[in-house]
Every structure is written in structure tokens, then in C-alpha cells.
Design a protein around this ligand. Sequence first.
Ligand code: GRF
Length: 219
Amino acid sequence: MFDVVVLASGRGSNFAALRTAQMRGDLPICLRAVLSDKAKAPALDLARNAGVAALSLSPRDYADRASFDRALFARAAEFSPDLIVFAGYMRVIDAAVIEQWRGKAINIHPSLLPKYPGLHTHARALKAGDRVHGASVHFVTAELDGGPVIAQVELPIQTGDTADTLAARLLIREHQLLIAAIDLIAQGRIALGIDGVAFDGCMCRVPLKLTDNGTLSAS
Ligand code: GRF
């Protein structure tokens, strides 16, 4: 089985979506654990209620970022994950630590990267007057939201949208995007090569796109 550990700092809707897809038989993975930097993250309760291991470490208990990250990823490694999924995990990872997980850690980010790394992506898209917003799944590197992009979903911005309405509409598609990307990674069809993301053995010049029916397409 393809073992997955989720890192989450907050609400955990992405974890819940993965769990639902897994239970429906639509995602052939084993969710081994949810790890958090916040003891009160609702994602941890969702995991416990689902019978999935849940644990948190506090950055305050460690001297610096590197020692916290070493400890957190050592705990993650105990579950022997084939993939670590950052789903609303709000910390940048120490470069030496994340390098050990090169090609085995992905993040979901609510913008069409390279646009709008960091926070407040919906408000920034609205303020810029964008007509299309979206979300990206990318391999994690030490650069904030800066690793090679695997796949994206686009979402038209509607007249009257606020950051909240946009976020709510996008979240549904984010869940589909994350599930579809993990499915292809678990099947061995997506990997991180030396030059970037490979799909079915070919280098992707542009990110895969989520279609209306929830599959990823190279065109
Ligand atoms: C999602 O919007 C994700 O793109 C971003 O943080 C949010 C996490 O949501 N990185 P949740 O905690 O999975 O509900």
C-alpha cells in the first residue's frame, strides 16, 4: 500500500477529503498519520475520529527551526511514508531537512503559482483584478510555495466575489486537485526528475490541469 502522512496546521478539510476518497475506494492509499505544529489543530481531531494516528510537536519546545523540523520529520519517518502531504501546513521547512524528502513531499496552495506565494491569495487575486484564480499542487522545497508545480485547477472569478466566496468555491476544487495528484503519484505516474516534474515518463513543460470530471490532463 502507498503510505501517506499529512502535515496540517488548521482545519483539516483536505485531510477529510482524502479520507473520504480513501474510504469510498477512490484513492488507493493508506493514511498513516496527521502531524501538526499546533496541538489544537482541528485536523488532529478529524484524524483521531477517523482512527488515524494524530500527533503534534510544538516549535516552542525546540531551539530553532532546524531542530524542530528534524524532530517533526523524524516522527513522520516512523510511519515510513511514501509521500508527505502538506495540507494547510503553515511553516517553511529547513532546507537540509526537506532535501531528504525531495520528490516525496507535496503541498496544496490556493493560487496559480508562481502567482501569489504565501498568504491572502484570494484577496490578492481580487485586488489585482484577475479574471481567473486557482490552486496548485507542487513538490515541496525550502522556498515558500516555490517547488516544481505538478498540477493546477483554474477557477473563474465572478462579479461580486469576495475573498471568502472565492475561497469557499476554490476549496471544493482544491480537494479534487489534491486527490487526483496523489492518485497519480501513488500509481507511479508522476515523479520529480532532475529537470522538473515527469508525467508518464515525459517532462511536463506546463502543469497538468484538472478537468471538470476531476482527472488530470497534460493538455
Ligand atoms: C487550503 O486552502 C490550502 O490550499 C491552504 O490552506 C488551506 C488548508 O485547508 N494551503 P484545510 O486545513 O485542509 O481545510
